[in-house]
Design a protein around this ligand. Sequence first.
Ligand SMILES: C[S@@+](CC[C@H](N)C(=O)[O-])C[C@H]1O[C@@H](n2cnc3c(N)ncnc32)[C@H](O)[C@@H]1O
Length: 666
Amino acid sequence: FSGPTTPPSSESGNSQECSADGTCSRNTIMGMADAAPTAPAHQHRHKQTQNHTTRETGLKQASKGTDADATDANEKNGEDEQEDPLLRWLSDRAVPDAKSCGVFLAPSTIPGAGLGMFAGRAYKRHEVVTQGDVVIPLSEIDWHSGFEIENFLWEEYTWSDSSFPHMTEENGYQSGLQGCSPGIGAAINCDLPLVNVVDTWSKIDEGGMHRSKDPGAGAITPYHDRKSKAIRSIQAGEELYIDYGENYFETREYIYGLMPMHRHYAQADEFVEGYFEFREKAFQTVPKHLRNELEADLWDVITNWGFETRMLNALPRNHSELDEVMAMGGTQWRNYKRSIRDVAWLEEHGQCMDNIKPGKSTISQAGRGVFATRFIPKDGLVSPAPLIHIADKKELVMYDVLPENEDGLIHRNASRPIHHQLLLNYCFGHRNSTILLSPYGLLSSLINHSPDAPNTRIQWTKKEMRNPEWMEMHPDDWLEESHSGLQFDFVALRDIEANEEIMIDYGPEWEAAWKDHVKNWKKPEGADKYMVSYEMQKALDADVPTEDEGGIGDHLQVYCHDTFRLVNGLPEGDDDYHRCRPIKRYKSPKGETLYLVELYYVYDDEWQSSIVISELLFDVPRSIFHFEDTSYTRDHQRTFGFRHEMMIPDDMFPKAWMNRQTNADG
Ligand SMILES: C[S@@+](CC[C@H](N)C(=O)[O-])C[C@H]1O[C@@H](n2cnc3c(N)ncnc32)[C@H](O)[C@@H]1O
């Protein structure tokens, strides 16, 4: 909403929103699981003003490309996916090993990093490690909140919209959209040289629902099935690490210090080789019993000589580790042994994260859900769920726009709240409190509601919670903390058989609100003909409605690739997509469906006025069209979508958090 009202230029798929002071807001960030920072609180607050860069996911969405392009791009994401049938089989395997726990949540091996995720068994390269989780889009949270939220903790864990297929097309390229990705998107840590998993390109669909017939349309996220795969062999007990990208750490030096990047490990290796040569010469004549001590002293001087560099920080601190680390392949492996926990230790101190797997819910209108991977006994753990706190439900309110203003910008109408962010449906709350708690364990965001036959409930974790003292404190005293500190566990109310759907009771307020929604639901105007952009993109056989048929509708923006300028005898274009209007459809002599289109370029001249140049192209095939959604037209952004938080039962809600007297929704 913060961009100009003119249609977005298609010249770049990488546009950013930048304010006058040069701070760009498009770049979003994700945080370390359970927030690694050990820095004092004032430093945490300070980071809100830093100009962070986007986490590099390794996955790239082809600009205005097809899913096939995106898949191609992802296949090349640093790890070649050679066509080995066994590896392909392993990588496509969808069901976790039912016998033993495949992934644990446990204290990280990185000092100060809170919780982390661990391999419960060995994984071969390319094997799926975590099952596909959902990604919940967050729409322009800054704009809707009037840029007033001081500390929105999810922001430390979100991913840029370009990390997910078809997310940039939701609001055009000036969107300010972010993806809240629980599981491997939030609960996993990163140790750059030891990265062992990569996330896979998620899928998009509306969970089988359509706005023309389903009251549940718009109430669930379309982004799902974000898995992770091993990029090398992983040992049982190894901590799982995903690549946040070097920029993530470089822009957070105030938290992570001078953390070595890949190039610094290479420099450190060269340094150690030089040191080995020197050591051979210098200590040749020293008696053996003195040599070890002298070498250790010298190494101590080298690595602790009063100032830090990223290269020095890549060196093992302990001289006795040096030979072993170099024999393993270099300094990048210096923390490898530390990163592996004993599986028996994980069984005792950790919690199994893969007792559940995703699937289509058995509940009508509920979309996706989760199912037991294996038998879970009564009172047994279904899933651990660390929690991201949101200080006030009001932070998720979405606002209408003010009538167009002279400055050409779109301003929010602060007196017209019209909806809540979809994230609300994935949060827990309580009628007497402003607080929302959002679970970010693996797949736990997918647990659905059953009022009559829940087989699971939430409870405060019995494992070590990072900040149990918050339970006794007034929210004003801890909600500003920019790291997560609380945790629920989902536990079985009765024995649960493998493949049973997991369901909890969201509470009577949720149930009443849902019933009310279904009772009052009316088919939105134009719903029968509605087709979302990515469906339109996929349906290559479907005709594109033309102007002489009444046009494609306001909810879609059409782009055409300018390849067809040449075919039409016009000078070569810039090999990119531009806005276009399909005017007429006809058949070629060979029976091929072709279009007459008007291609138009919109750009700002030096006086910031929009100039439109248009030209007609003939004989254009269906394949050159690309579709995007007009801002705020997707199901989950329309006000017809159901919204309600899940309710925390009264008997477990801390009295100290009751900072609101009424149950006014709001
Ligand atoms: C925490 S999410 C659960 C995951 C969700 N089903 C999905 O596909 O992403 C909560 C949302 O799921 C849907 N849901 C859960 N239980 C439901 C039920 N019993 N009936 C209808 N919708 C349900 C509602 O849209 C609700 O707001």
